[in-house]
Design a protein around this ligand. Structure first.
Ligand code: NAP
Length: 225
């Protein structure tokens, strides 16, 4: 499948690299490909520059958000939550129309320091915000409740864990579930329509505290029933 992964951070890289390994044709989307490849320093979180990763993944193309989205059958939103609306506008409503958008972004607000707060919650969610802004796109929220490496390699944990899907379109959720299965996930719970993204986004305050308490981001939830 032709897949656009919007986002050059650790999530975009993890998803793009794994999709390519699985045989998909992958283009990573960014604001300015030249500027992105010219960056030589790690960012403030210590993420190495994109070019280091790109050199190890010559089969993955890099393009402007709009070019990446135009060519894709499925689009992944792996951008900073506070910029996701703007990124999708740059990608272009027409380029996104009719397509499945796997939305991994979290609505984290770091403006008051750590831990971050949620800039949308309770009676709305980032997933819904994106779905409302792009009504012709089929938004599916998933994978936002686990670390980037585990998203694509759940077998890094010693036992199977759980991922969730939220979205209004059953076919779009089936497409995303197939990709999740390709990554190695076996327990995928369909939470219902896109309003159920409120729950998985509001898990983030707990997830962040667990990371501090456990001293690692390599953990996940397992729903026993
Ligand atoms: P990130 O640093 O949060 O986002 C990087 C991407 O956001 C880049 O592609 C960047 O564009 C774009 N961006 C940032 N500010 C922008 C602006 N003002 N206008 C347009 N684009 C902008 O990357 P990340 O750590 O990989 O996280 C991606 C998303 O996944 C986030 O929403 C995060 O909350 C969520 N998430 C992360 C993890 C994790 O393990 N890190 C786990 C679950 C969910 P350029 O390429 O042009 O620089």
């Amino acid at each position: 499948m032709q897949i656009a992964v919007l986002g050059t951070g650790m999530v975009g890289r993890a998803i793009a690299g794994r999709l390519e390994e699985l045989g998909h044709e992958v283009t990573v989307g960014t604001r300015d490909p030249q500027a992105t490849t010219a960056r030589a320093e790690a960012d403030q979180m210590g993420t190495p520059p994109y070019i280091t990763w790109a050199d190890a993944h010559p089969g993955v193309r890099l393009a402007r958000f709009s070019d990446a989205a135009a060519a894709a059958e499925v689009v992944v939103n792996a951008t900073n939550g506070s910029a996701s609306l703007e990124v999708l506008e740059l990608a272009g409503a027409d380029n996104l129309a009719g397509k499945v958008l796997l939305d991994i972004a979290n609505p984290l607000d770091f403006s008051s320091g750590m831990p971050p707060t949620l800039f949308v919650k309770d009676n709305d969610s980032l997933g819904e915000l994106l779905q409302r802004a792009f009504p012709r796109t089929r938004v599916v929220k998933s994978l936002n409740t686990l670390n980037a490496d585990l998203m694509v390699r759940p077998d890094l944990l010693p036992e199977g864990t759980t991922v969730f899907v939220s979205g209004d379109d059953a076919d779009a959720k089936a497409t995303v579930t197939t990709l999740l299965m390709e990554f190695g996930h076996r327990d995928v719970i369909d939470l219902g329509d896109i309003t159920s993204a409120r729950g998985t986004e509001m898990v983030l305050p707990l997830w962040l505290r667990l990371m501090v308490a456990l001293g690692t981001p390599t953990f996940n939830f397992k729903i026993i029933r």
